[in-house]
Design a protein around this ligand. Structure first.
Ligand SMILES: N[C@@H](CCC[C@H](N)C(=O)O)C(=O)O
Length: 288
């Protein structure tokens, strides 16, 4: 039977579809004070069958801080808001350069929900983002049940006792070190940790395999999404946790299912940087 006409169709919503190493986005231009989409609208846009489909919806908004080019909002495909999105920051930077609002060469400032990032676009189209200093204190993550910072926290998850690293990159991350990311039960353990009482705001869960001191493989089960092809803040979190354990060097290539990101952490109290691609896919109109 033919589907009935879309009775809920309202005004057309223009968007850009982008991705960063396979982590895909619907980008909406809300500059000029246009209201942010409701959680329901984000879910509808993010639906891979009935909407456009994406991991996150990103909104370009007017700057909050003096000297910034713009600010941006982040919503996961399930409609929940997020404080940080590394791959998204690169895509927003490339979007603003294409728009003419940001300079094509040199660094500029972008306001994310959790602070201002310095970004700069390279000639090869790659973008570098200053991601901030990782925060390990349990209350900053937030991680319940532990007072002091540890290299690993031991937690019961889905019938197993596992050792988990945890950090905030402006959003919460947990990390499990594994021998082979190809054989990990990502969904089972990812959901187990996301629903664990130790993470009251849920958590993005990474599974890392150290290949060499300057190279890791990583899969991430994201909060509000599920397994993603890449997670920029997750790549930083993995390098921060493994770096603190002395397992990796200060510059690490992180190979995710959707591509590679380069993460640098010059010193423990210095901000991390992330470099990677930002790709335009198509422009569209959504029957909101
Ligand atoms: N894909 C992102 C992270 C998006 C937000 C995350 N799911 C959360 O809820 O914290 C990245 O590239 O960092």
């Amino acid at each position: 039977m033919a589907e009935p006409a879309n009775p809920a169709a309202g005004p057309v919503l223009r968007f850009s579809k982008m991705h960063g190493a396979g982590n895909d986005f619907v980008v909406l231009d809300l500059r000029g004070g246009i209201a942010a989409p409701s959680p329901e609208k984000c879910r509808a846009l993010g639906d891979r069958h009935r909407g456009v489909g994406c991991d996150q919806i990103l909104t370009v908004e007017d700057p909050r801080e003096p000297g910034s080019v713009a600010s941006y909002g982040i919503w996961n495909a399930d409609g929940s808001p997020a404080g940080q999105c590394g791959n998204g920051a690169r895509c927003i930077a490339a979007w603003l350069v294409r728009d003419g609002a940001a300079p094509a060469t040199g660094a500029f400032n972008l306001d994310s929900p959790n602070g201002t990032h310095v970004v700069d676009r390279h000639d090869d189209g790659g973008v570098r983002v200053v991601m901030g200093v990782p925060e390990f204190e349990p209350e900053r993550i937030p991680l319940r049940g532990f007072d002091a910072v540890r290299e690993a926290y031991v937690l019961p998850v889905r019938g197993s006792i596992i050792s988990v690293g945890a950090v905030s990159m402006g959003n919460p991350h947990a990390l499990i070190e594994v021998d082979d990311v190809g054989t990990v039960t990502v969904e089972l353990m990812g959901q187990g940790l996301q629903q664990h009482a130790a993470f009251p705001q849920s958590v993005n869960v990474g599974f890392a395999q150290v290949v060499a001191r300057d190279h890791i493989r990583l899969r991430v089960y994201e909060r509000g999404v599920g397994e993603t092809l890449a997670c920029g803040s997750g790549a930083c979190a993995a390098v921060a946790i493994l770096g603190r354990r002395g397992r990796v060097d200060r510059e690490v290539r992180v190979s995710l299912p959707g591509g590679d990101l380069c993460i640098a952490w010059p010193a423990d109290d210095a901000p991390m940087t992330m470099t990677g691609p930002a790709t335009f896919v198509f422009e569209g109109e959504w029957m909101a």
